[in-house]
Design a protein around this ligand. Structure first.
Ligand SMILES: NC(=O)c1ccc[n+]([C@@H]2O[C@H](COP(=O)([O-])OP(=O)(O)OC[C@H]3O[C@@H](n4cnc5c(N)ncnc54)[C@H](OP(=O)(O)O)[C@@H]3O)[C@@H](O)[C@H]2O)c1
Length: 215
């Protein structure tokens, strides 16, 4: 599979390394493809990683990943070119968070909209699935938790796209995955990222995750 990743930060690199480790070809798109900030990521990704413009990465992938800072996401998707992602499964990892000193992060879109739905509006032809937004980047691929496996929650409006993403989660090492419904459920998954941050600040730990248990 070819994977085009929009976003060159820790998430784009962590997911990119995961896909490359599993034998997929990966291109990260950045506004600065000439900059050497991704040189080490390319070198350590076993020959399957490359860097290009945002549009080149979007066109390259059989599937897409959106891992941009929320404030830059609309611009990044404009640069990607919605036509380059039309018809493709697109994994949206963004969280619409605003950070202010001495306060928990705030959801910039409130509770009656979500980043997932906004990404779908900006990419009307794409098959957007929300995933990986409730976990820190270092635990996205082959997660290990001393308290046992965590749960990856996903949502999206296209059932076949969700099956593809559930398969990717499984390949990435997520034994417990739950499809929580249509993309509107991103309104539930994105606040979980706020809870994740609040617990991190209060506990001083940054490798926690959520698990759904059944009685
Ligand atoms: N960090 C985590 O562990 C984590 C976990 C779960 C979810 N998330 C979410 O995943 C997303 C990515 O997080 P991150 O920490 O990897 O990334 P980040 O450092 O916040 O940003 C990632 C990339 O966004 C692009 N970007 C920023 N402003 C832009 C603009 N105006 N136009 C176009 N592109 C722009 C930049 O790409 P270029 O400068 O290279 O063009 C940047 O490298 C965020 O929405 C975050 O909330 C993060």
């Amino acid at each position: 599979m070819k994977v085009g990743i929009v976003g060159s930060g820790q998430v784009g690199r962590a997911l990119g390394t995961g896909f490359a480790t599993l034998g997929h070809d990966v291109k990260i798109g950045t506004r600065e493809p000439g900059n050497d900030k991704l040189a080490e990521w390319v070198m350590t990704s076993g020959g399957r990683a490359s860097v290009g413009t945002v549009a080149e990465a979007a066109a390259f992938g059989d599937i897409g990943v959106i891992a941009t800072a929320w404030a830059g996401t609309e611009n990044a998707l404009r640069l990607a070119g919605p036509q380059n992602l039309a018809g493709k499964v697109v994994i949206d990892v963004t969280n619409p968070l605003a950070f202010e000193p001495s306060a928990p992060p705030r959801l910039t879109v409130g509770f009656t909209d979500s980043a997932g739905e906004a990404v779908q509006r900006w990419l009307p032809g794409a098959r957007v699935v929300k995933a990986f937004n409730i976990i820190t980047n270092s635990q996205m691929f082959r997660p290990t938790f001393k308290d046992g496996p965590a749960t990856m929650f996903i949502c999206g409006d296209d059932d076949a796209a969700k099956q593809t993403v559930l398969g990717i989660c499984h390949d990435f090492g997520w034994q417990s995955t739950i499809d929580v419904g249509g993309l509107e459920a991103a309104r539930l998954l994105e606040p979980l990222a706020v809870l994740w941050c609040v617990y991190g600040v209060r506990s001083g730990t940054w490798d926690h995750a959520f698990r759904l248990i059944r009685g």
